[in-house]
Write a protein that binds this ligand. Structure first.
Ligand code: ADP
Ligand code: MG
Length: 392
């Protein structure tokens, strides 16, 4: 592929449209975890140092093509301003009159942030008219939004064909680290999967089975597979429609010698606010929900992780936001940190759990992309990366 790094581009005097991933948690109009904004700084500073100006565009949340006051991008702009130590102009439209006026007046060293691009219904439709309007705001395009690279949208893919396009430093770093998982990983290669986005994630297990030696399941995914293997899961979060497919996956894994580990014990309760009680997997009551993996499971998963030479983790093992249901997730985080492996963790909530456990420095790579890192690991070409290929 002929993909060019922004590090090699001459952007002096040019306006550079940078697709960033500022999809950060907001609470009462203030940015919570700002790690995605921090991760975008190197590319922004590089362009400014080279004498260019920057037009930033990002999505935030899922506004579904409509203006949503709670998902305005401005708080991210304020945080960026603090981190950069220079002014950031924020406009309240994506490619409307305000955006066009400010972009046209941009001087070298200046930074403009466009409104949440998903307020425009043409973004997710990858509508060429939006791509054209975005391209009209700048001279050069950079994609540095790894977290959105698995989406072919107007700001992540469409616009790349309309301007000289480059890959950003964050995106390069992500591909470099994740590439080690797919190129020639040391075995055993163990993937731990959990979390709530069950429907998004269960499908990838099929693909992961071609690469990994063992899968450790927690969260809603474990519940789905437990159901498929005939265990009662009460009122637990699960993708019940997927259970028949999960059953097939379990059978195929057994015939291929891939170990799919399910919890042997769980922490369950009738309410998410409850203290939780440890129960054997398979003995969960109808009115109970599984909110975490149990202590025996943490120990068993820990043993598998200890032997691993390569580890990928996406999705908390339980409702780690509640102390009563955090032990499974924190236990797995500790085991990954203690292991002598090449370790990669991806996913917004998974990173929050790593932060909470304080073991981040002992993980080899913390990926800013959850869905994107999973799709990369499946061996798929990410549309946001493919669009940067100039096919020379
Ligand atoms: P990530 O952001 O790391 O990709 P997800 O967004 O898929 O992960 O899932 C994170 C969420 O999953 C957390 O808010 C956590 O509370 C929830 N979760 C994990 N296990 C369970 C469970 N057993 N039941 C309900 N929610 C769960
Ligand atoms: Mg999440």
């Amino acid at each position: 592929m002929a993909i060019h790094s922004i590090a090699d581009a001459d952007v002096a005097g040019k306006r550079v449209l940078v697709r960033v991933d500022f999809n950060v948690p907001l609470k009462d109009g203030v940015v919570g975890d700002d790690s995605r904004i921090r991760a975008s700084i190197p590319t922004i500073e590089l362009i400014l140092d080279k004498g260019g100006s920057v037009v930033l565009v990002s999505h935030l949340g899922r506004p579904k093509g409509k203006i949503n006051e709670a998902m305005r991008i401005a708080p991210a702009g304020r945080r960026l301003e603090e981190l950069l130590g220079r002014p950031v102009t924020v406009v309240d439209d994506v490619t409307g009159p305000h955006a066009r006026e400010k972009a046209a007046a941009l001087q070298p060293g200046e930074v403009l942030l466009l409104e949440n691009v998903r307020f425009d219904p043409r973004e997710e439709a990858n509508d060429p008219s939006l791509a054209k309007e975005l391209a009209g705001l700048a001279d050069v395009y950079v994609n540095d939004a790894f977290g959105a690279a698995h989406r072919a949208h107007a700001s992540t893919a469409g616009v790349a064909g309309l301007l000289p396009s480059y890959i950003g430093l964050l995106m390069l770093d992500e591909l470099d680290h994740l590439g080690k998982l797919t190129a020639s990983p040391d075995h055993p290669f163990v993937a731990a999967l959990g979390g709530a986005k069950v429907t998004d994630k269960v499908g990838v297990i099929n693909e992961l089975m071609t690469r990994v030696d063992a899968l450790l399941l927690g969260g809603g995914i474990a519940n789905t597979f437990a159901l498929a293997s005939g265990q009662p899961i009460g009122a637990s979060l699960a993708d019940r429609d997927f259970a028949p497919q999960a059953k097939e996956i379990l059978e195929r894994a057994a015939s291929q010698g891939i170990a799919i580990h399910l919890p042997v014990d769980v922490v369950a309760d009738t309410s998410i606010d409850g203290p939780g009680e440890i129960a054997d997997a398979g003995s969960v009551g109808d009115d109970q929900s599984i909110f975490d993996i149990g202590p025996e499971t943490v120990e068993a998963y820990g043993k598998v992780l200890k032997e691993a030479k390569t580890i990928f983790w996406n999705g908390p093992m339980g409702v780690f936001e509640k102390p009563a249901f955090a032990k499974g997730t924190l236990g797995v985080a500790d085991a990954i940190a203690a292991s002598d492996s090449y370790s990669v963790v991806g996913g917004g909530d998974s990173l929050a759990a790593i932060e909470q456990s304080g073991v981040g420095a002992r993980i080899d790579h913390l990926s800013t992309g959850g869905g994107a890192s999973l799709e990369f690991l499946e061996g798929r070409v990410l549309p946001g990366v493919a669009a940067l290929d100039r096919k020379e």
